[in-house]
Each structure stands twice: as structure tokens, then as C-alpha cells.
Design a protein around this ligand. Structure first.
Ligand SMILES: C[S@@+](CC[C@H](N)C(=O)[O-])C[C@H]1O[C@@H](n2cnc3c(N)ncnc32)[C@H](O)[C@@H]1O
Length: 454
């Protein structure tokens, strides 16, 4: 039965054009299916747990970050340690912790002359930081950067926050009702869910993406089944079964079936520090890690009718899909925009504003420009093949402030032409490009590689 859920890859090329695109045109915007913010980034950026827009005022964003910094919470930007359980006197003054993934890009500007002076952090007294965090202290011109206010999770957890009721409800319906650790959570065992999340944060947050894929399938399956039961009731059918309806499970699994899949422990590139003679042991270890993770998840949300989803084979393929297809999730910060705005004010206004803002910029150091970072799966982008001479690239424009992926044309693209992107730095020498692409399991035969190989 498992093979039924083991979808084949989409082999057609992405040629969706019916018109000509010119350089700089938007090719597509891709709505993410699943995303997670890196656990270490949760300290730096307070964002909507569904759409990843920044939430709360500029003051709260800065104050919260400095507060955590003052508490000694690590802001190590390498996504390493499990730091999700950071507890902060948050938004409404109550003790809480905030929640929560190929390379789309953000134009990173800097503050020019200000940057050098802000590279060394000069801490501020906690009272000042707290008054900023609680918005008792208002920064000049911050009203030019209005952000959505914070909507808490309806399940009562202190991990997920939203930019709107719409995002909160959509997350609840699609994922969070089963992943929530609050009082209204629909998971069987909240402690088990906490253990699963902790394990993912300590090892690989790709497990959190896999969990989202599984819960969204379960929740969709239940929805489809409920609709069928309702229909049966209408026609007074008495056949109500608790057995799995495989047809419906496949229907619920459909969005995920688009991604190219191989088992994680088979497709993962051997890290540089692992000797090739240790390869078999390494792959076994990775498999074991996935096994531990899926067992923890099973403990938290097992559903007999969706039993197939909890097999190591399906879990391994899901994580393999994210390994081969996942993209960096990057959303630019309004805090960076705010400081850039102040920096560009006419001299007299700038001088006056900086009397208030400078201590905060100095306390933040270079971290003033931290953007929201995570990992995500985008269904359309995941169907795009690589070329070292691509005709499109993922690029965030000024107006792209949410978690959607944006693909821009790098040159004119004609009707019927395959849209390609580069998975790697295409300016690298041929050998290095081929070595990097070996991680994706293929040898590139694009025109650039073919020419250089001659
Ligand atoms: C993100 S998927 C791209 C979509 C994939 N072709 C599919 O059918 O779903 C990445 C995988 O596609 C294949 N692929 C991508 N670009 C390729 C290329 N230029 N030549 C050969 N295979 C490629 C590799 O197997 C790679 O691991």
C-alpha cells in the first residue's frame, strides 16, 4: 500500500509561458506549502507564524531583540542549537515564548558610515529596553513603518503569533491544531509534541517541515471524510466506516506528490568531514535520526486511519524531498528599513532623530538588519530544473515582504522555453559547479557546461 503514497516525480519541464517575458519581468509568485522559521532566528525577528510577515511595532521588534540579547540568549545566526524555548516577557507583558524554510534573495543594504560605528554592541539599561519593548518609549518616524498588530494563537500556546485573524485561522485549520502545545491543542499528547519539537530544533528543523506535511494531509483527509459522512447522512446511508479511505488519503496527499522525492539517507550529500569509508555508517545514522523523529511524531499525533503517513519510508521520502527541493525563506526586516530611513533624513532632522535612535542602533550593532530566515517548500519552484546559464532567478523585490517565492526573468524568455534557475553559484569554475550539483544527484549538461567541457 505504501507505494500508493510514494509519488513519482513530475518530469515535465516548467514551460508555463504563453507570452514573451522580458528581463526583470515577474515570472511567477509561488505560495509556499510549508515553511518554518529557523529556531535561532526567532530571537531576532518576530513574525507571523503563517505568512512570515513581521508583526508588532518597530519599537517592540527592537525592544524584544535587545531584551533577549540582554538576557544572554544566544543570537548565533547559524541555525544550530535548539533555542525555541526562549522565554520572553513578550508582547502583552505575559511570560511567553515566540514561535517558530534554494536561495531567494534579499537586497541587503547597509547604513554606510553608520555601519562601522554600530558593529560593536553597546548595551542599554534593561529599563530602557523594556520601556521600548512595551512601547512606552516611542521612536521618531516609527509611524512611517506601520506593522500588523499581534494576534495570539487560538489554541493558547505561547509559540505562535499572527498578523491577522485570517492567518491564525488558516494556520489552525491547515497545521497548527495538531502541532499546538496550548490547552486547545488537538494533538493526543502535548508532552510528546514538545519532545518532537525539541528533537527537531536540536537536530534538523527539516523535521518540522515534514511534520507540517503530515499534519496537513491528516487534517485534509479528515475534512474530506467529514464531508462524505455528511453527504451519506443526507441520503440516510448507514455505512459509516472507521477504515482508511485510501482514495481520500491520496487526494489529501496530492499537493505533496508534486515534489521530487528520494529517501533522505540515500540522497543526502556526504558532508566534507565524513570519510568515504564511513559513508555506510553515516547513512545509517541519518536513517536512525529520522526514525527517532517519526516515532516522536507518531507518539504525539498518531491517527490509525492515516497510519501509512507514519512509516519510516514515507517520512524518509518527505525529508528527502525537502533536502532536494527546499528553499531559503527570507523576508526583509522593517527595522532595517527604519534605520535606513532615519539615516537618509535631511541633516537637521536626522541629527535630532538620531539623538533618540543612535543608542538603539549601537546596542543592536550589525544585527539591526537581521531578516526573517527559515526553510520552506514551494510547489512550483520545486519543479524547476537547474541550468548554469539560467533564464530566471529567485529574487525578492522591494514589494515582496511576505513568505512567497518570487521568480524574475534574467533575460527575454520565449513561449515554450523551459524556465530554469541556478541551484548553485553559476560563476564558479566548471569542476566546482559539477561537484556541487552532484549533491543534487545529476551532472549538468547545460550549454555553459557543454561548452566549457570541450
Ligand atoms: C528541484 S527538482 C527539479 C524538478 C524535477 N526535474 C522533477 O521532475 O520534479 C531537482 C531534481 O531535478 C533533477 N534535475 C534538475 N535540474 C537538472 C538538470 N539540469 N539535468 C538533470 N537533472 C536535473 C535532479 O534529479 C534534481 O535532484
Amino acid at each position: 500500500m505504501e507505494s500508493k503514497l510514494n509519488p513519482t516525480a513530475i518530469t515535465e519541464k516548467v514551460c508555463m509561458l504563453t507570452w514573451i517575458l522580458r528581463k526583470g519581468d515577474l515570472v511567477l509568485k509561488d505560495q509556499m506549502l510549508f515553511g518554518v522559521q529557523h529556531s535561532s532566528n526567532k530571537i531576532d525577528c518576530f513574525v507571523c507564524s503563517f505568512c512570515y510577515r513581521f508583526i508588532s511595532s518597530i519599537e517592540h521588534q527592537i525592544g524584544r531583540k535587545l531584551y533577549l540579547q540582554n538576557l544572554g540568549v544566544s543570537t548565533n545566526h547559524e541555525c544550530d542549537e535548539g533555542t525555541t524555548s526562549v522565554v520572553a516577557k513578550d508582547w502583552n507583558g505575559s511570560d511567553s515564548s515566540d514561535d517558530e524554510g534554494y536561495s531567494d534573495m534579499v537586497d541587503c543594504q547597509n547604513l554606510g558610515e553608520c555601519a562601522s560605528s554600530s558593529s560593536v554592541k553597546i548595551p542599554l539599561p534593561m529599563e530602557v529596553v523594556q520601556s521600548l519593548m512595551h512601547e512606552e518609549l516611542v521612536l521618531p518616524y516609527s509611524t512611517e513603518f506601520p506593522q500588523p498588530s499581534v494576534i495570539p494563537c487560538r489554541g493558547g500556546c505561547s509559540e505562535s503569533y499572527y498578523c491577522s485573524k485570517l492567518c491564525m485561522e488558516a494556520d489552525w485549520e491547515m497545521f497548527h491544531s495538531l502541532l499546538c502545545t496550548g490547552t486547545e491543542s488537538k494533538s493526543r499528547r502535548k508532552e510528546a509534541m514538545l519532545a518532537f519539537i525539541e528533537h527537531a530544533n536540536a537536530t534538523n528543523d527539516i523535521f518540522l517541515l515534514a511534520a507540517k506535511a503530515i499534519v496537513s494531509t491528516i487534517l485534509m483527509y479528515r475534512k474530506l471524510k467529514a464531508a462524505k459522512l455528511k453527504e451519506q447522512e443526507k441520503y440516510a446511508c448507514s455505512e459509516v466506516s472507521d477504515d482508511c479511505d485510501y482514495h481520500m488519503l491520496l487526494e489529501a496527499w496530492k499537493p505533496i506528490s508534486m515534489g521530487y522525492k528520494r529517501r533522505w539517507w540515500d540522497c543526502m550529500a556526504l558532508p566534507d568531514d565524513v570519510d568515504s569509508c564511513d559513508e555506510a555508517a553515516f547513512r545509517l545514522q541519518i536513517r536512525q535520526l529520522a526514525f527517532t523523529s517519526v516515532e516522536l511524531l507518531k507518539e504525539a499525533i498518531f491517527d490509525k486511519e492515516c497510519e501509512l503517513l507514519f512509516s519510516l519510508e514515507i517520512y524518509g521520502n518527505l525529508i528527502g524531498m525537502f533536502e532536494l527541493n527546499n528553499l531559503d525563506l527570507v523576508v526583509a526586516s522593517p527595522v532595517e528599513d527604519y534605520f535606513l530611513y532615519v539615516n537618509e533624513l535631511p541633516e537637521s532632522e536626522k541629527k535630532k532623530a538620531e539623538q533618540v535612535t543612535k543608542p538603539f542602533l549601537n546596542a543592536l550593532g550589525d544585527d539591526y538588519s537581521d531578516c526573517c530566515q527559515g526553510t520552506a517548500f514551494f510547489p512550483l519552484q520545486s519543479c524547476m530544473n537547474h541550468s548554469c546559464l539560467p533564464n530566471a532567478k529567485a529574487f525578492k523585490r522591494e514589494q515582496d515582504r511576505d513568505g512567497q517565492a518570487t521568480i524574475i526573468a534574467l533575460r527575454s524568455i520565449h513561449k515554450g522555453e523551459e524556465i530554469t534557475i541556478s541551484y548553485i553559484d553559476e560563476d564558479l569554475p566548471l569542476e566546482e559547479r559539477q561537484a556541487s550539483l552532484a549533491d543534487y544527484g545529476f551532472s549538468c549538461k547545460c550549454p555553459k557546461c557543454s561548452e566549457e567541457q570541450q
